[in-house]
Design a protein around this ligand. Structure first.
Ligand SMILES: Nc1ncnc2c1ncn2[C@@H]1O[C@H](COP(=O)(O)OP(=O)(O)OP(=O)(O)O)[C@@H](O)[C@H]1O
Length: 273
């Protein structure tokens, strides 16, 4: 049992405490997880709202992530998972509820201003520029910065070594899993304080999914909280410190990943028994 990432059943260790000396600090690194002084680090609190003038999609829905955590949002198709993420990122206006980042109410800010406040958001689709090279995509990711971005780019290449190898290739020529790495890397280029991922493993093979999850764990271990939506509920809950099951825009179940995986109700309704 010398591999720190696996337990004796071959499962990944879900704790995200940074083992001493392991790995270089990642973009947004803030050291070891500290307890939150006033509520979660990022919270979309009791959010109610929908798109434009349409009917409400979210009904008092709450999602949050704390420092040092991976929080995962799961639920059936159309449950409002992506909508909840978009609401936290400021892409739809809420009729009720609030979004707070590090204790500050940011509900009135535009998505771009939320990026400046430290949100890194990777949307589900159209999350890279296919005609630009990998390196150019990463440079575009740093658009809000006017300091030297080389160190951050090196950190992204350390996290995703294949991107260093393919840095001059058009991103559109990469495999699905590699494109997702570009998308996550782009978000990391802003040196965010929290990373939000909408279905980072959409359309990739189980092996690639596992690898992406490993990298996401590594990001979280570096001290950067990760809030993500996932279709692969069981696998995602296995790496989640906190899980939210949404149904029809409402919180149906909330708990640690482990608790939700063990909950007979959750198992029956969402995990196929
Ligand atoms: N841009 C939009 N304009 C209007 N309605 C939308 C828009 N995007 C999503 N919806 C509606 O909001 C509801 C929730 O969709 P959403 O994409 O948030 O669900 P989801 O849980 O992420 O589902 P999936 O797993 O299928 O992606 C659906 O009824 C959908 O039709």
């Amino acid at each position: 049992m010398s591999d720190p990432l696996h337990d004796d059943r071959g499962n990944r260790d879900r704790s995200i405490t940074n083992p001493a000396g392991q790995g270089a600090p990642l973009p947004g690194h803030r050291g070891r997880a500290r307890p939150a002084p006033g509520g979660p680090f990022l919270i979309g609190d009791a959010m109610t709202g929908g798109y434009g003038r349409g009917a409400d999609i979210l009904h008092g829905c709450t999602i949050a992530v704390d420092r040092g955590e991976i929080a995962v949002i799961v639920g059936p198709n159309g449950a409002g998972k992506s909508t909840a993420m978009k609401a936290v990122f400021g892409m739809l206006s809420l009729r009720e509820g609030a979004v707070r980042l590090d204790g500050e109410d940011i509900s009135a800010l535009s998505p771009q201003d939320r990026v400046k406040k430290g949100m890194g958001f990777v949307p589900q689709t159209s999350n890279i520029f296919t005609s630009l090279s990998v390196e150019e995509n990463l440079e575009m990711g740093a658009f809000i910065r006017d300091d030297d971005i080389r160190e951050t780019m090196e950190q992204v290449f350390d996290l995703f070594p294949i991107l260093r190898e393919k840095r001059r290739q058009p991103a559109g020529e990469l495999s699905g899993g590699q494109r997702q790495q570009v998308a996550v890397g782009r978000a990391l280029m802003t040196k965010p304080k929290v990373l939000m991922l909408d279905e980072p493993t959409a359309g990739v093979s189980p092996i690639v999914m596992d690898e992406l999850f490993d990298r996401i764990i590594e990001v979280a271990r570096s001290g950067l909280p990760v809030l993500m939506v996932e279709q692969n509920a069981r696998q995602a809950l296995e790496i989640a410190d906190k899980g939210y099951v949404l149904v029809q825009g409402r919180n149906a179940h909330t708990g640690t990943g482990r608790d939700l995986l063990a909950d007979p109700d959750v198992r029956r309704s969402f995990l196929g028994g």
